[in-house]
Design a protein around this ligand. Structure first.
Ligand code: KMH
Ligand code: ZN
Length: 307
């Protein structure tokens, strides 16, 4: 049986509490959601921190440490911590989780882009918290900064901690950035790429775009990479299905998509994990365990983290 890695992105920093009552906020909720996603077949959980009282994306280091250790105590999934953080966080705030807690893996956004969610304000008027409309509205004027200086500095912190970068690639130019970092010796092969589609500011979540990005990656990186697809919004499962047929891995979770199907809110990321595994088994594909994912991704192991 071929094995594929399922990542569950539990909460993120783009959806806000009013959008779904199922969005996990507190460290205990995140640890429970990680356990459920692992039980459903996810090998990796991708996590952000949120203020436990208001659900606002947070760069609080102690908070992130509490989340990481609670997840580690509840399940053996690989933890991929975000260095993307939330709208408006400084690069120092974003990368602190790697320097402080030395996770096995963390996201490394491979370039800058407009990254907005402001149109959602046309659909929701009453918010639970004042910060929500302000946060969403500021995203109209937000550029997600990942300059070459940031890429160099982040790569250096990742290699110092032996933290595996999951390169978030939103468009083809970012593949060139990865090649640049390889040529400079800032990073080393094999590369792990998360193709991120469907974000307002990035490429649309279409099969044509995924094929284009995959072919571009092959041209630039040869075959020394493994990859996954993260599609935000309603095309999440279509794109994950395409990735399965292309030999890629899949990312689901409420960070990227709040729904299980048309008009039906997902009650947990675990429900989405179950759905993509059901689809995969129709193609005779089995989900990798966390240990298998560690070997596929050359991770240092949970004993080497600092949380
Ligand atoms: N929110 C996803 C679209 C990160 O956390 O560094 C991209 C992401 C980036 O997960
Ligand atoms: Zn994220």
């Amino acid at each position: 049986m071929d094995k594929f890695i399922v990542t569950a992105a539990l909460t993120g920093a783009i959806h806000t509490p009013t959008m779904s009552p199922y969005l996990p906020i507190t460290p205990d909720q995140l640890a429970e959601e990680a356990r459920r996603a692992r039980e459903a077949g996810a090998a990796v959980v991708h996590v952000h921190a949120r203020d436990p009282k208001t659900g606002r994306p947070s760069s609080g280091s102690d908070l992130f440490g509490e989340i990481l250790s609670k997840i580690k105590n509840k399940c053996d999934a690989v933890i991929c911590a975000t260095t993307g953080g939330g709208f408006g966080m400084s690069v120092e705030e974003r990368v602190r989780v790697v320097k402080t807690y030395s996770p096995e893996m963390a996201s490394l956004n491979a370039g800058s882009l407009n990254f907005s969610l402001h149109p959602v304000l046309e659909k929701i008027q009453d918010f639970k918290y004042d910060w929500e409309p302000q946060y969403l509205s500021m995203s109209e004027d937000f550029i997600f900064p990942n300059t070459f200086k940031t890429l160099r500095e982040f790569s250096s912190h990742f290699s110092q901690e032996d933290t595996k970068p999951e390169f978030e690639v939103y468009d083809a130019g970012m593949l060139n950035n990865i090649a640049f970092l390889l040529n400079r010796g800032s990073i080393k092969k094999p590369i792990y790429i998360q193709f991120v589609l469907g974000i307002l500011g990035g490429m649309q979540a279409t099969i044509g775009n995924l094929l284009f990005l995959h072919n571009s990656a092959r041209e630039i990186l040869g075959t020394d990479f493994v990859w996954s697809v993260c599609a935000a919004g309603k095309n999440q499962f279509k794109m994950c299905n395409a990735a399965l047929l292309m030999g890629g891995f899949t990312r689901v979770g409420l960070e990227d998509n709040l729904y299980l199907g048309k008009g039906k809110l997902a009650k947990s990321s675990a429900e989405q994990v179950e759905k993509i595994i059901r689809i995969a088994r129709e193609h005779d594909l089995e989900p990798a365990t966390p240990e298998e994912a560690r070997s596929i991704l050359n991770l240092k192991g949970p004993q080497a983290v600092k949380y």
